[in-house]
Design a protein around this ligand. Structure first.
Ligand code: AMP
Length: 127
């Protein structure tokens, strides 16, 4: 089934300037801002400006220019925050929740960048 983008989602409203955000970086195709409920000292959300719902949607449907721009913004944020493990930082985690099983709250593709404290193992066993 093709993705059905809901243009009333909260990140679409942020992109239209209808609600404020704490911008970290902005380029032609990408916006990065601080998560409103930060779960670590660094908790940045990186979103494409285009109407993509999930990582796979973005990866398959976005233009090469959008994908390159998004990826470079992620790298520049890691560099600016000083969290790159190869450059003396303590490391970070990127997360992208997609759909029901991953409990995606906002149906606009976003990558979480988390850092600044020990983040534990990737997943905890539930159930
Ligand atoms: P997810 O569960 O992966 O869809 O994550 C959605 C994230 O968006 C959560 O970490 C929320 O705290 C964050 N969030 C929701 N509304 C806003 C907002 N207005 N500004 C910044 N972050 C937000």
């Amino acid at each position: 089934m093709p993705y059905d983008y809901d243009d009333q989602n909260i990140f679409a409203k942020i992109l239209r300037g209808e609600i404020p955000n704490n911008t970290v970086m902005e380029t032609e195709h990408t916006l990065a801002f601080n998560d409103i409920h930060a779960q670590a000292p660094v908790h940045v959300l990186v979103i494409p400006k285009g109407p993509y719902v999930t990582y796979d949607h973005f990866a398959l449907a976005a233009s090469e220019a959008e994908i390159v721009d998004f990826t470079r913004v992620c790298g520049r944020i890691c560099a600016a925050a000083g969290i790159q493990p190869g450059e003396g930082g303590q490391g970070y985690r990127t997360i992208s929740n997609a759909g029901e099983a991953a409990v995606q709250e906002v149906p606009h593709y976003h990558l979480h960048i988390l850092a600044g404290r020990p983040l534990g193992r990737m997943l905890q066993k539930v159930g």
